[in-house]
Design a protein around this ligand. Structure first.
Ligand code: PMP
Ligand code: GLN
Length: 384
């Protein structure tokens, strides 16, 4: 068996969700809303299942979805994409990431990764033959620096795997950081694989800026989105991939042998959803922002040190002030003794460099958040 997969533990998201089910805990671990999601979009999918075409759709995705993706990004991110040659639909961002790495890397190529990083990145990079070069981002701002990038990039750099907005820190990289990264990609002739699944889940009036829009990046960026995050339907696994034809031709070859296609009924519903007006997307954001504020306020009232969340379904707390030095042990106790599942952020570091940060998912109904806060009060009473 290949040791890269044989030796990795089961994903922390699966472990925590299973523990939550077994113990009856409130699950604020794995990132998914407990609301059923927008009814009109779900109805479109249901109609497409019952009345629609349920056989293999075109390999690159339904034409109406590819057109909707190009139009959506033109409107929201000022991108000019040709839906025919520069847009592809995959089975989730996860397939898009795996396919991009398999398609772009040759054994021995270096890949720049930013810690903390989504847990799938490192095993996928390694399995594709890539050699990881890490940049460790420092709390509380998790910014890029010239010095850190200089230490990571080399003549062997083929790919930069970049997540913005960033899970799990819930931060958004500013224009200055993006311009700096673009400069390095151009200087070292590297391809940026940009995981932008949280592009719509940004708060306080922020606007997502895609790296592909920066000077020199149009021809060297693979932009990856996820309808699951855009519509709060995380199980749908409809990935949106955009890249210049030179890259897309190769990405399509990987896609044709990984999944080949993605369920047509879900694609039809996503095509419908992407064309909705601005108020609809602003409304989804506003709802999540309200949940963020409710949970942030509740945690602060209990005395937790909350690290502000700018984006994503997540917020983090610093557990060092509680005298805790091991986030994984803390999360185990939290779920078993107090009935709340969370994610230890050390799972997002190759060698567990940071052990004092714990991530909660606030994309939940008020009652769920309040039930969690009530239980979290217990751990504060114990700490006092
Ligand atoms: N990348 C990041 C940063 C994520 O947070 C997630 C899921 N939350 C994914 C990729 C996976 O997206 P999908 O479900 O579309 O495969
Ligand atoms: N991306 C989700 C999170 O960060 C989890 C996805 C998964 O379970 N693999 O919680």
């Amino acid at each position: 068996m290949n040791p890269i997969f044989a030796d990795v533990p089961t994903s922390v998201f699966e472990v925590m969700s299973r523990l939550a089910r077994e113990t009856g805990a409130v699950n604020l671990g794995q990132g998914f809303p407990d609301d059923p999601g927008p009814e009109d979009v779900r109805r479109k999918a249901a109609e497409a299942v019952v009345a629609g075409w349920n056989q293999y759709p075109p390999m690159m995705g339904l034409p109406e979805l590819r057109q909707a993706i190009a139009a959506h990004y033109r409107h929201w991110q000022s991108l000019d994409l040709d839906s025919d040659s520069e847009v592809m639909v995959t089975s989730g961002a996860t397939e898009a990431l795996a396919g991009a790495l398999l398609a772009l890397l040759e054994p021995g190529d270096e890949v720049v990764l930013f810690e903390p990083m989504y847990d799938a990145y490192l095993p996928l990079v390694r399995r594709a033959g890539g050699v990881p070069r890490f940049v460790t981002l420092e709390p509380p701002h998790f910014r890029l620096s010239e010095e850190a990038l200089t230490g990571a990039f080399s003549e062997k750099t083929k790919v930069v795997l970049f997540n913005n907005p960033l899970n799990p820190t819930a931060t958004v990289f500013g224009a200055e950081d993006l311009a700096l990264l673009a400069e390095f990609c151009v200087r070292f002739d590297a391809i940026a694989v940009c995981d932008e699944v949280w592009e719509h889940v940004v708060f306080d009036g922020r606007r997502h800026r895609p790296l592909i829009g920066f000077p020199g990046m149009r021809e060297r960026t693979v932009k990856i989105g996820s309808a699951g995050k855009i519509f709060n339907l995380t199980g749908w696994k409809v990935g949106l991939v955009c890249a210049a034809p030179r890259l897309m031709k190769v990405l399509a070859k990987a896609h044709q042998y990984i999944t080949f296609t993605t369920p047509p009924n879900l694609q039809a519903a996503v095509a419908y959803g992407l064309t909705k007006d601005d108020a609809y997307f602003e409304g989804l954001r506003a709802d999540l922002q309200r949940s963020r504020d409710r949970f942030t306020g509740g945690l602060k009232d209990l005395g937790f040190a909350v690290i502000p969340s700018q984006a994503t379904y997540f917020l983090n707390i610093d557990i060092a002030p509680l005298g805790e030095a091991d986030d994984a042990a803390f999360c185990r106790r939290l779920v078993v003794e107090h009935g709340v599942a969370a994610i230890p952020v050390s799972a997002f570091y190759a060698a567990g460099a940071v052990r004092n940060v714990v991530r909660f998912c606030f994309a939940k109904r008020d009652a769920t958040l309040d039930a969690a806060l009530e239980r979290l009060a217990g751990i504060m009473r114990k700490a006092a």
